[in-house]
Design a protein around this ligand. Structure first.
Ligand code: PMP
Length: 389
């Protein structure tokens, strides 16, 4: 029986660049002591206080259908948070609660691109981006963000790609590069969106993990709130990856349509999960900093080690839980390097090629193991690189 093209085209088939990840998992499952610096999962679990709030809500009976747009409390809390960050008036009516940032990304594109429209995204990219765009029937078109420009999109490159496009998807702090976009980059993005009448989808799921500079949400820029959909999530900020709770923030008419979409797809997010998210967001900034702090520490550990040699270069990473390392001086591709490192030293990193063309010759290191093990893994990685020369 023939399947719909919509679903068969989600992933391109053939090599998806994630073979190292699967190989590492298989080795680990067979009992090998593999150190996995691959995916964006914290080495801590959701805080017990958040779980207590979740249990309390469930025991109090919040286990039936919850309001499809999200509970009034959580929508209002998210709105207050976004208003405080952006200075843009924001109410519960601007917020749809979704089962995680991924569902929010899909919903946002469903709202703004029609079948056959061109939807832009930046390369290097988070693994699901092209499939998400194809999943809503769009033609996915990447804009290369080159290592020479610290993987930031330039106005010139965006402008050249934007003719006829409907939307642009951006992500800062960025996965996989760890780069945080500066004001000039945002101004270039805003200008392209305004000149070409693009919707901007701004994936801000790493907004609490900024080590240098500040997080700027494009919703706060002049004239951008009306064309920007912000994607947020509790996954990274509160180590709640498994709870599946996130949001879309955007103009009220868009959210009204997205509520319709939710009625016909997810039918909302469990009430006790939303109550736990509301509790977590009301714990204030210290709770978020406690979740983020290990990555900042490990980034410093890595930067200090990298400064002691001059073969491997770190992309100036200012946020998120990853570092992108330029390994081109070893003469290997990211893929060959990652496979050799895994085979020789049982350390798993992601090849840059898994995230598009622009990060070829790089590897992404997720800073997701405990400090001393992380330090040791980086030492081995650097010694291994030197031995290749
Ligand atoms: N965007 C980016 C850039 C991500 O890295 C992730 C998760 N790794 C997501 C969105 C989706 O996160 P979630 O669905 O868990 O909120």
């Amino acid at each position: 029986m023939k399947l719909a093209n919509r679903i068969t085209a989600l992933t391109p088939g053939g090599s998806d660049g994630w073979e190292v990840f699967y190989k590492a998992r298989a080795l680990k499952n067979s009992g090998q002591p593999v150190i996995e610096l691959t995916i964006g999962e914290h080495d801590i679990r959701t805080h017990m206080d958040i779980l207590a709030a979740m249990g309390k809500s469930a025991r109090a009976g919040h286990t039936g259908y919850a309001a499809v747009p999200g509970t009034e409390n959580l929508r209002a809390t998210v709105a207050r948070r976004i208003e405080a960050q952006s200075g843009i008036p924001t109410t519960a009516a601007n917020i749809l609660i979704t089962p995680g940032g991924q569902a929010a990304l899909f919903a946002a594109h469903m709202a703004v691109v029609d079948f056959g429209d061109t939807a832009l995204y930046c390369d290097p990219f988070y693994a699901t981006y092209p499939g998400t765009l194809r999943g809503v029937g769009a033609i996915d078109k990447s804009v290369l963000c080159k290592p020479e420009r610290d993987f930031k999109p330039t106005h010139q490159d965006l402008n050249a790609a934007a003719t006829g496009a409907r939307s642009l998807l951006v992500n800062s702090p960025n996965n996989p590069t760890g780069v945080v976009y500066d004001q000039a980059t945002w101004e270039g993005i805003a200008k392209v969106c305004q000149d070409h009448d693009l919707w901007l989808i701004s994936d801000e799921v790493y907004e609490t993990q900024v080590w240098q500079g500040t997080h700027i949400s494009p919703r706060s820029l002049d004239g951008m709130a009306e064309r920007t959909l912000v994607i947020g999530s509790m996954s990274k900020s509160h180590a709640m990856t498994g709870s599946r709770v996130g949001w879309v923030c955007g103009p009220e008419p868009v959210i009204e349509h997205l509520i319709n979409l939710a009625t016909h797809t997810t039918y909302g997010v469990p009430g006790y999960i939303q109550d736990a998210a509301d509790f977590a967001l009301n714990q204030g900034v210290e709770a978020e900093m406690a979740v983020a702090a290990p990555f900042q520490r490990r980034r410093q550990i890595a930067m200090d080690l990298i400064a002691e040699q001059n073969l491997i270069r770190a992309v100036p990473c200012s946020g998120a839980m990853y570092m992108m390392l330029d390994i081109r001086a070893t003469g290997l591709t990211g893929e060959a390097f990652a496979h050799s490192l895994l085979d020789a030293k049982l350390i798993a990193v992601m090849p840059g090629e898994s995230f598009g063309q622009a990060a070829a010759g790089h590897i992404r290191v997720a800073m997701t193991v405990e400090d001393s093990q992380f330090k040791q893994a980086l030492e081995v990685l650097l010694a291994f690189s030197a031995s290749l020369n």
